[in-house]
Design a protein around this ligand. Structure first.
Ligand code: GDP
Length: 297
């Protein structure tokens, strides 16, 4: 692919971390995301009303932001990883304080490790009488997680998603982790982005929630998204407001695609419709070839 610009020599600026919530079923991933979403910019701007677009941003009093992927669970993470999408910077590992470490807790740990993504532990349900956070810490440590209070570098925060306790501590821990990682992105030049969710709407056609990793996505640009292509007709922010541009770590909905992409697909900007068509056709051919090969096996 001929890129319009390269990253070489471009100025890099700090960007918000992109965070995924993982953990065992029923340990409170959805509840935690709900609680965090309530603290988000969108919730504040829209008077508490938020729409589900696959990601949301929390802005801290310091002005720093955190982008949360709004799909809990390991399937989404694995699907994205399988497509080579390095979309997540940090994993929040949710462990219920009463239940402790369970099979999917370990699975999440190994996913994060394989992807080389640091973990911040959220011990949830600390409001419960049966909560035993100290036991959870020992369990995690015995599974090889090097917790900060034991001399390692994995932060642990105690929270209650339903009682909304410790959310600010969790957000601060994520920011600290992000500072340590010195996450930076090129702002100028064509965007590189990833799809986190895609749907078809009768009126709007196929649309995708995407997170820009570098550069700036601009309305009107020709794009290839996975094996699909299109010209960006509209960019909307978290509250559905039309915007001209999307910058790094900002989740947006993009409209104008000719087909439905998949979570984890990459978004690249090309210079013309012709190139977009060509690239898309090539990628479709390759997908079909891979599919036939699989069927043949
Ligand atoms: P998920 O499967 O990991 O997404 O878990 P959910 O968010 O669906 O939560 C599972 C159950 O645990 C629900 O009944 C929640 O109300 C409950 N739950 C979640 N967080 C807390 C918490 O902090 N305290 C208590 N007491 N219950 C919680």
């Amino acid at each position: 692919v001929k890129r319009l610009h390269s990253n070489v020599g471009a100025e890099l600026l700090p960007r918000a971390p992109v965070v995924t919530v993982m953990g065992h079923v029923d340990h409170g991933k959805t509840s935690l995301l709900d609680a965090l979403r309530q603290t988000s910019l969108a919730a504040k701007e829209a008077g508490g009303i938020t729409q589900h677009i696959g990601a949301f941003v929390v802005r801290m009093p310091s002005g720093a932001s955190i982008t949360f992927l709004d799909t809990p669970g390991h399937a989404a993470f694995s699907a994205m990883r399988a497509r080579g999408a390095a979309v997540t910077d940090i994993v929040v590992l949710v462990v219920a304080a009463d239940d402790g470490v369970m099979p999917q807790t370990l699975e999440a740990m190994s996913h994060a490790k394989a992807a080389n993504v640091p973990i911040v532990v959220a011990i949830n349900k600390c409001d419960k009488p049966a909560a035993n956070p100290e036991r959870v810490k020992l369990q995690l440590a015995s599974e090889g997680l090097l917790l900060e209070e034991m001399g390692g570098d994995v932060q642990v925060v105690q929270v209650s998603a339903t009682q909304r306790i410790g959310l600010n501590d969790l957000e601060e821990a994520l920011l600290l982790q992000s500072e340590l990682m010195e996450l930076k992105a090129r702002i100028d030049g064509p965007a590189q982005a990833y799809v986190v969710e895609a749907r078809i709407d009768k009126g709007r056609g196929p649309f995708a929630t995407a997170i820009v990793k570098a550069g700036t996505l601009i309305c009107g640009q020709h794009v290839v998204v996975g094996a699909e292509w299109g010209r960006i007709r509209a960019i909307r922010d978290m509250v559905g407001k039309l915007t001209e541009k999307a910058r790094p770590a900002m989740p947006v909905e993009i409209e104008g695609l000719r087909g439905l992409p998949m979570a984890g697909d990459d978004v690249i900007v090309v210079e013309s419709e012709e190139r977009a068509r060509m690239l898309s056709a090539g990628r479709k051919k390759k997908l079909e070839k891979d599919r036939l090969q699989k069927v043949g096996e």
